[in-house]
Design a protein around this ligand. Structure first.
Ligand code: UD1
Length: 315
């Protein structure tokens, strides 16, 4: 299917890569973003495209109903506050954006008669599961306000799927990484470690560094997310999007140091983060069986490419 798509969080790390992918495939795209963490720079390619329109708008605002009036086939909802750490400091704000904001976008999708709603949820919803790799039907167990907000948003998506002719697809992203991931104290561990290494600052490992993540490259995340709009049969389900390698945070710090050989950074340990998940890797059985998708970018290749991208920006 090629048609018209709305992408929320369009100027963000994953959203902007999805916009580029949709445009290349022939979609008309309306991108919404409040530019709080996303940037117009991420949309450089898209903004020169005739089939792209950008609207600077907050998903919590009533204005989203007035900026999109055309008929829309699919809504990809990626806009969110994505930081566990930020959610511990600002739980009410995270609830507003991630839960009420999602409801506002669902209302928009309903009014526009969108047939599909693709929601970017998080592996954080599983907390510390008993069995790994974790499967989609594992009981949910939020360890942070961020995780709780993603569970609540998933429930709203399911309720709209039941009430209206809108098929929700929920992706539980594990730790996405790659070019365009922004750097700040609230960003993911990979941009933080790369930036620390490039500036020869201390590389800050939380806790003992033995907690593990299964990082997945943004190009793989985008390819899978896009597939949800391409299924012949309407697809209502929840899918993990996980990398296949379990990497400890300490090993990640060492790998980043190796890729930045000129760095004089030391690895230092600080207190473990509150609300942190210990080990996170997802089963990709359902995703591969139903969507025919498996990630293709090996972690080290993706990390190397990401370091090069940060280098090119700091020059
Ligand atoms: C990340 C994503 C979240 C996503 C989830 C899915 C970000 C900011 N968070 O959460 O959106 O839904 O994956 O699994 O992209 N760490 C350090 N030193 C640092 C920073 C972090 O040791 O300077 C550690 C953390 O304590 C944690 C690990 O690195 O153990 C990963 O942290 P982070 O990148 O913030 O990701 P998640 O909390 O897993």
């Amino acid at each position: 299917m090629i048609g018209t798509a709305v992408v929320t969080g369009a100027a963000g790390f994953i959203g902007s890569c999805l916009v580029d992918h949709l445009l290349r495939d022939g979609f008309s795209v309306i991108g919404l973003d409040n530019l709080r963490t996303g940037t117009k720079e991420n949309l450089t390619e898209a903004l020169s495209h005739n089939n792209f329109r950008f609207e600077q708008v907050d998903i919590c605002s009533k204005d989203i109903a007035s900026v999109v009036r055309e008929s829309v086939d699919v809504v990809f909802h990626l806009a969110a506050i994505s930081s566990v750490k930020f959610s511990l400091e600002n739980p009410v704000e995270v609830n507003k954006v991630n839960v009420s904001g999602t409801l506002n976008v669902l209302e928009l999708a309903r009014k526009l008669d969108a047939k599909r709603f693709v929601f970017s949820s998080s592996a954080a919803v599983y907390g510390d599961p008993k069995r790994l790799p974790v499967k989609e039907d594992t009981p949910l167990s939020p360890l942070s306000p961020y995780a709780a907000s993603k569970i609540a948003a998933e429930m709203y998506c399911l309720s709209y799927g039941g009430l209206y002719k809108m098929t929700p697809t929920i992706f539980r992203y594990f730790n996405a990484f790659g070019p365009r991931q922004e750097y700040s104290e609230y960003s993911g561990v990979i941009p933080i470690f790369i930036s620390q290494a490039l500036q020869s600052n201390e590389i800050t490992v939380d806790g003992d560094g033995r907690q593990t993540r299964s990082f997945i490259h943004v190009d793989d995340v985008v390819r899978a997310t896009y597939l949800a709009s391409q299924q012949e049969n309407h697809l209502a389900s929840t899918f993990n999007l996980s990398g296949s390698e379990s990497i400890s945070v300490l090993d990640l710090a060492r790998m980043v140091k190796e890729l930045v050989p000129e760095s004089t950074s030391n690895i230092v340990f600080r207190d473990a983060r509150e609300g942190d998940v210990r080990d996170s890797i997802g089963s990709m059985e359902r995703t591969s069986k139903v969507l025919g998708f498996s990630p293709t970018i090996p972690f080290k290749v993706g990390l190397d490419q990401t370091v090069s991208w940060y280098r090119s920006r700091t020059r």
